[in-house]
Design a protein. Structure first.
Length: 170
Protein backbone atom coordinates (compact mmCIF):
# COMPACT_ATOMS: atom_id res chain seq x y z
CA UNK A 1 0.00 0.00 0.00
CA UNK A 2 2.84 2.38 0.83
CA UNK A 3 4.06 2.32 -2.77
CA UNK A 4 0.61 3.18 -4.09
CA UNK A 5 0.47 6.10 -1.68
CA UNK A 6 3.86 7.25 -2.92
CA UNK A 7 2.71 6.90 -6.52
CA UNK A 8 -0.45 8.91 -5.81
CA UNK A 9 1.72 11.55 -4.11
CA UNK A 10 3.95 11.74 -7.21
CA UNK A 11 0.92 12.07 -9.47
CA UNK A 12 -0.67 14.78 -7.34
CA UNK A 13 2.47 16.84 -6.79
CA UNK A 14 4.20 16.53 -10.18
CA UNK A 15 2.83 19.86 -11.43
CA UNK A 16 3.93 21.71 -8.29
CA UNK A 17 7.50 20.45 -8.44
CA UNK A 18 10.04 21.81 -10.90
CA UNK A 19 9.96 20.29 -14.37
CA UNK A 20 12.79 18.00 -15.43
CA UNK A 21 14.53 17.71 -18.75
CA UNK A 22 13.64 14.53 -20.65
CA UNK A 23 17.21 13.33 -20.13
CA UNK A 24 17.34 14.44 -16.50
CA UNK A 25 18.69 14.88 -14.06
CA UNK A 26 15.51 14.42 -12.08
CA UNK A 27 15.72 14.30 -8.29
CA UNK A 28 12.94 12.47 -6.46
CA UNK A 29 12.81 13.01 -2.69
CA UNK A 30 11.55 10.09 -0.58
CA UNK A 31 11.82 8.69 2.95
CA UNK A 32 12.32 5.17 4.32
CA UNK A 33 9.10 3.79 5.83
CA UNK A 34 8.68 0.71 8.04
CA UNK A 35 7.41 -1.51 5.23
CA UNK A 36 10.58 -0.77 3.22
CA UNK A 37 12.69 -2.60 5.80
CA UNK A 38 13.88 -6.18 5.97
CA UNK A 39 14.63 -8.27 9.06
CA UNK A 40 17.91 -6.39 9.56
CA UNK A 41 16.13 -3.01 9.80
CA UNK A 42 17.47 -1.53 6.59
CA UNK A 43 15.85 -1.15 3.18
CA UNK A 44 15.24 -4.53 1.59
CA UNK A 45 17.38 -5.00 -1.53
CA UNK A 46 14.29 -5.78 -3.63
CA UNK A 47 12.58 -2.57 -2.49
CA UNK A 48 15.34 -0.48 -4.10
CA UNK A 49 14.20 -1.58 -7.55
CA UNK A 50 10.58 -0.65 -6.79
CA UNK A 51 11.67 2.78 -5.56
CA UNK A 52 13.60 3.23 -8.80
CA UNK A 53 10.34 2.57 -10.68
CA UNK A 54 8.79 5.50 -8.81
CA UNK A 55 11.73 7.76 -9.68
CA UNK A 56 11.52 6.85 -13.37
CA UNK A 57 7.78 7.60 -13.25
CA UNK A 58 8.61 10.95 -11.66
CA UNK A 59 11.02 11.73 -14.51
CA UNK A 60 8.33 10.88 -17.08
CA UNK A 61 5.72 12.98 -15.27
CA UNK A 62 7.90 16.04 -14.74
CA UNK A 63 9.39 15.96 -18.24
CA UNK A 64 5.94 15.76 -19.83
CA UNK A 65 6.61 12.38 -21.44
CA UNK A 66 4.06 10.43 -19.37
CA UNK A 67 0.99 12.03 -20.95
CA UNK A 68 2.34 11.61 -24.48
CA UNK A 69 3.27 7.97 -23.93
CA UNK A 70 -0.13 7.21 -22.41
CA UNK A 71 -1.92 8.90 -25.33
CA UNK A 72 0.13 6.83 -27.77
CA UNK A 73 -0.83 3.61 -25.96
CA UNK A 74 2.73 2.78 -24.90
CA UNK A 75 4.27 1.75 -21.60
CA UNK A 76 7.83 1.27 -20.32
CA UNK A 77 9.34 -2.02 -19.18
CA UNK A 78 12.71 -2.68 -17.60
CA UNK A 79 14.64 -5.22 -19.66
CA UNK A 80 17.92 -5.20 -17.75
CA UNK A 81 19.04 -3.83 -14.38
CA UNK A 82 22.15 -3.87 -12.27
CA UNK A 83 22.44 -2.46 -8.75
CA UNK A 84 25.40 -1.72 -6.54
CA UNK A 85 24.75 -1.31 -2.81
CA UNK A 86 27.17 0.83 -0.80
CA UNK A 87 25.44 2.04 2.38
CA UNK A 88 22.29 1.05 4.22
CA UNK A 89 19.19 3.23 4.28
CA UNK A 90 17.40 3.04 7.62
CA UNK A 91 14.01 3.81 9.13
CA UNK A 92 12.65 7.32 8.46
CA UNK A 93 15.85 8.37 6.70
CA UNK A 94 15.21 10.86 3.88
CA UNK A 95 16.95 10.19 0.58
CA UNK A 96 16.94 11.38 -3.01
CA UNK A 97 16.95 9.30 -6.15
CA UNK A 98 18.84 10.99 -8.98
CA UNK A 99 17.71 9.76 -12.40
CA UNK A 100 19.21 10.58 -15.76
CA UNK A 101 19.23 9.10 -19.24
CA UNK A 102 22.79 8.22 -20.24
CA UNK A 103 21.95 7.29 -23.84
CA UNK A 104 19.98 5.00 -26.11
CA UNK A 105 20.28 2.58 -28.97
CA UNK A 106 17.72 1.59 -31.62
CA UNK A 107 15.50 -0.28 -29.15
CA UNK A 108 16.23 0.88 -25.61
CA UNK A 109 17.14 3.75 -23.33
CA UNK A 110 19.79 3.43 -20.61
CA UNK A 111 19.39 5.26 -17.32
CA UNK A 112 21.67 5.85 -14.35
CA UNK A 113 19.92 6.10 -11.00
CA UNK A 114 21.49 6.83 -7.61
CA UNK A 115 20.17 6.79 -4.06
CA UNK A 116 21.73 9.72 -2.21
CA UNK A 117 21.46 10.15 1.56
CA UNK A 118 23.42 12.59 3.70
CA UNK A 119 25.36 13.66 0.62
CA UNK A 120 26.64 10.13 -0.08
CA UNK A 121 25.64 7.53 -2.64
CA UNK A 122 23.90 4.66 -0.84
CA UNK A 123 23.22 2.62 -3.98
CA UNK A 124 23.49 3.05 -7.73
CA UNK A 125 21.85 1.33 -10.65
CA UNK A 126 22.01 1.13 -14.41
CA UNK A 127 18.70 0.32 -16.05
CA UNK A 128 17.82 -0.57 -19.65
CA UNK A 129 14.24 0.38 -20.54
CA UNK A 130 12.19 -0.38 -23.61
CA UNK A 131 8.73 0.93 -24.49
CA UNK A 132 6.02 -1.44 -25.66
CA UNK A 133 2.75 -0.84 -27.47
CA UNK A 134 -0.44 -1.94 -25.74
CA UNK A 135 -1.47 -3.26 -29.16
CA UNK A 136 1.69 -5.38 -29.29
CA UNK A 137 5.31 -4.90 -30.31
CA UNK A 138 8.03 -2.58 -29.18
CA UNK A 139 8.53 1.11 -29.90
CA UNK A 140 11.81 2.02 -31.63
CA UNK A 141 13.82 4.65 -29.77
CA UNK A 142 13.58 7.04 -32.74
CA UNK A 143 9.77 6.93 -32.55
CA UNK A 144 9.80 7.52 -28.79
CA UNK A 145 12.18 10.46 -29.13
CA UNK A 146 10.11 11.94 -31.95
CA UNK A 147 7.02 11.74 -29.73
CA UNK A 148 8.97 13.55 -27.01
CA UNK A 149 10.16 16.22 -29.46
CA UNK A 150 13.79 15.28 -28.83
CA UNK A 151 15.93 15.61 -31.96
CA UNK A 152 19.55 15.31 -30.82
CA UNK A 153 21.41 12.02 -31.18
CA UNK A 154 22.26 9.85 -28.21
CA UNK A 155 25.32 10.77 -26.22
CA UNK A 156 27.91 8.05 -26.70
CA UNK A 157 27.15 5.21 -24.31
CA UNK A 158 30.09 4.40 -22.05
CA UNK A 159 31.96 1.31 -23.26
CA UNK A 160 31.20 -0.57 -20.05
CA UNK A 161 27.44 -0.02 -20.55
CA UNK A 162 27.64 -1.38 -24.10
CA UNK A 163 29.61 -4.43 -22.87
CA UNK A 164 27.16 -4.92 -19.97
CA UNK A 165 24.15 -4.85 -22.30
CA UNK A 166 25.84 -7.03 -24.94
CA UNK A 167 26.78 -9.63 -22.32
CA UNK A 168 23.09 -10.09 -21.47
CA UNK A 169 21.93 -10.88 -25.01
CA UNK A 170 20.39 -14.30 -25.40
Amino acid sequence: MNLYLRLIWLLLTARRRPPCSLLGPCVTRLRVWPNDLDLYRHVNNGRYFTLLDLARTDLMLRSGLAQRVKAAGWFPVVTLASMRFRRALTLFQPFDIHTEVIGWDDKSAFLAQRFVANGETAASAVIRVRFLRRSGGSVPSAELLALAGHTTPSPPLPDWVVRWADAQQD
